[in-house]
Write a protein that binds this ligand. Structure first.
Ligand code: MG
Ligand code: ZN
Length: 362
């Protein structure tokens, strides 16, 4: 008899656990309405380890519970560039280095912004490079070479990217073909702003091309200030006016440039700026509950090593191996509805397919 009672209690307990896990699974199965995808160009684990060990504020990377690793090689090269390295996120295909939104077969495959536009979902990019630079370009353009920035800028006329904020004034207003792209964008209903002093002012237009530098923006060391965080929050507010949801790509472009310059202070200050932006995005995501936040890199830059400091063994000496990209896996951090999809070790192309699945795209 006692045994029977014990059995039925165990059964009730099992059922309760089962119910809890069912509701947990349902919660896990929630789909995001909004996606903020942050790419730290050239941001490997040593960049994060080094920069964040010398940071006095909140470490945004430690706020994530879901972590993955992404294999970054391109179609032909073990070591990718930023064109191929971000084209995987926009079209889900490995391609040749330098490609922007085209496959290894040079075919312009439908990108994620085009897919989102079919569902009337808002799209945007914010970068500290020009908005026509390789990483942001892959989300709205299809060209064989990342160097064709005049051609890349013209893709914004297609209207698949509602908001673009960063540098790159020259690719709209002093083009080889002498066209005034801002005037053409105005005809398409875009508000255009060309300002080359790097001072961001929040905007209200829901279709906006806002350039704040001739080409890339100032470095943090040169006083760029809070641009990335301010522009990211403003862009997400503008995109949120579309009640169908949005996808915003935010790039910490110059973490990579610090690596190419083999300048640790440059990289570190850019990564700190990126960290502040991630913190602001996570604060927003915690409040709103329907934002999926994914942070990753296209590749590592500089083969950075944190080596022993004999003068102060609690510290380290950062050493760049060389001034180009490397083929090491890069981390992926995810928060919000659907975040658990990003756990594991996978090819960088998988990130595209995870977005497609979670956003119900075809
Ligand atoms: Mg980039
Ligand atoms: Zn690079």
């Amino acid at each position: 008899m006692k045994k029977k009672i014990f059995l039925s209690i165990s059964l009730i307990a099992l059922l309760a656990i089962g119910m809890i896990s069912v509701s947990f699974t349902q919660k896990k199965g929630n789909k995001p309405k909004k996606v903020i995808f942050l790419i730290g160009d050239g941001m490997g684990l040593t960049q994060i380890s080094g920069a964040m060990s010398e940071y006095n504020g909140q470490n945004a990377f430690e706020r994530f519970k879901v972590i993955g690793l992404s294999k970054t090689h391109s179609a032909d090269d073990y070591v990718t560039d930023s064109g191929a390295g971000a084209t995987v996120f926009s079209i889900g295909k490995k391609t040749f280095n330098g490609a922007i939104g085209v496959g290894a077969d040079t075919v312009a495959y439908e990108n994620i912004f085009e897919k989102l536009k079919k569902k009337n979902i808002a799209t945007g990019v914010v970068a500290t490079s020009s908005i026509t630079h390789a990483t942001p370009a892959t989300f709205y353009a299809h060209v064989g070479s990342r160097n064709s920035e005049d051609d890349i800028a013209a893709f914004l006329l297609k209207g698949n990217c509602d908001i673009a904020i960063g540098g790159g004034f020259q690719f709209f207003k002093s083009r080889a073909d002498k066209k005034d792209l801002f005037a053409e964008l105005n005809k398409q209903g875009f508000v255009t702003i060309g300002d080359t002093v790097n001072t961001f002012k929040p905007q209200t237009a829901t279709r906006l091309i806002y350039t704040l530098a001739t080409d890339g923006m100032k470095t943090m060391l040169d006083g760029r200030g809070g641009f990335l965080k301010q522009a990211t929050l403003n862009a997400s507010d503008l995109l949120a006016k579309n009640t169908n949801g949005y996808m915003l790509m935010v790039e910490g472009s110059q973490i990579d440039w610090g690596g190419h310059a083999m300048n640790y202070e440059y990289m570190k200050t850019e990564l700190h700026d990126f960290n502040e932006t991630i913190n602001a995005v996570l604060d927003k995501a915690e409040k709103e509950g329907d934002i999926l936040v994914v942070v990753t890199a296209d590749h590592e830059t500089g083969g950075l090593a944190l080596t022993v400091n004999k003068e102060n063994r609690k510290s380290f000496i950062p050493k760049y191996t060389y001034n180009k990209h490397t083929g090491v896996m890069v981390p992926v951090f995810a928060y919000g509805p659907g975040a658990e999809e990003f756990a594991g070790v996978y090819e960088n192309t998988e990130i595209f397919y995870k977005f497609v699945k979670l956003l119900g795209l075809k």
